[in-house]
Design a protein around this ligand. Sequence first.
Ligand code: BG6
Length: 470
Amino acid sequence: MSNFPEGFLWGGATAANQIEGAYDEGGKGLSIQDVMPHGGTAPSTEGPTEDNLKLEAIDFYHRYAEDIALFAEMGFSVFRFSIAWSRIFPRGDEEEPNEEGLKFYDRVIDECEKHGIEPLITLSHYETPLALAREYGGWRDRKLVDFFARYAHTVLERYGARVKYWLTFNEINAILHLPFMAGGIELDRENLADQELYQAIHHELVVSALATKIAHEVNPEIKVGCMAIAVPRYPLTPDPRDVRQAQWESQQDMLFADVHCRGEYPASAKRYFRENGIEIEFAEGDAELLKEHTVDFVSFSYYMSACSTADPDKQVRGEGNIMGGVPNPTLQASEWGWQIDPVGLRVVMNDFWDRWNKPLFVVENGLGARDVLIDGPDGPTVEDDYRIEYMNDHLVQVGEAIADGVECWGYTSWGCIDLVSASKAELSKRYGFIYVDRNDDGTGTLDRYRKKSFDWYAEVIRTNGDSLKA
Ligand code: BG6
């Protein structure tokens, strides 16, 4: 018997900047991604450069109908994508939206509807309009609250009757490490004062609450979720100081969702602010907004766990996703050094449920790997058994968490179709069930091919998880 409840939403996830391309078509303005040819940590360029794979990405802008039909063939009941803010407000600070940009997402939603797929829309997936970053200093400037509210209002009014599930900021806690990608603040973390960082975070949290308010006013049926990177922090040893360090790192990671869910800053953050001279400026009404417009559900990405230690000599930062941490000696890692820990997913799901008692949605999880295209009986394909194993093992743990009593609405695997990676802006790190013929040097036909995992996932969905192997 499957642990997955009837109506569990199965699907995949993407982000505009990693799939759409057409960076200057349809009246779109530049976003920060258009000047990030080498990914999240590398310096930005003055303007778009030819080596930036995101400018064309996988050309979803022109091929969305074909791609959504492939998702439907796998049986998706949900498709997560983001709206490129700079398609709707090219600079971010205009009074009126760009109708052509709005029409593009009308068409994407039409296509989802045609196939009975629920859209799950992220309002902001590392895509701050470039003008807001360069001319306003990103989320440090309170004016972005008004600009984002206008954008959110525009798209919620436009699509709110047809789209039930919305997320505000993708991986909001990533700003702790990547101020430019996650906050439009063009400084390395080391050069950004804590005061400015936490004020920027406050602006995002406030406008997230405001967007939640707007969404519920537009359509009371809408469910708004927050979205954070989930990284279970394990103490490197049983030394109580390591346990405490793990707890503190986790409190920092969770501060964002704490505010989203409880409507106020947690005590641990208040002490940190007090002791570090951080004074967050609350505008009139901020406290009430946060308190009265908490999220309906908690969504998160899960790729890996990490260890924590209080011993300064052992504090090496391993490879891995944005949050990072000390490598776990008991785990294997992917080719990119991301440690693989299916059980950690059950751990975070239980922790989150116990902590916030809000329904969960796993909106990112998957294995980035170097796939090799081979000739199959039905044409080119990829024998990606490693991906099947990874996903099977993680989904089994989602099922276990559900059996533990956790309420979980759905699962969207990351990069259901190959896309440009966020950390390194490369195409050779592939996550998809669908192979896209495009290479790191930009060559390729952009043709799509079904991998072995395509049929595997279709079967998982068809059986509502029954076909998973414990
Ligand atoms: C998450 C992001 O951090 O992880 C995605 O929300 C990203 O945008 C994904 O693509 C995987 O990371 P990467 O660097 O392998 O693309």
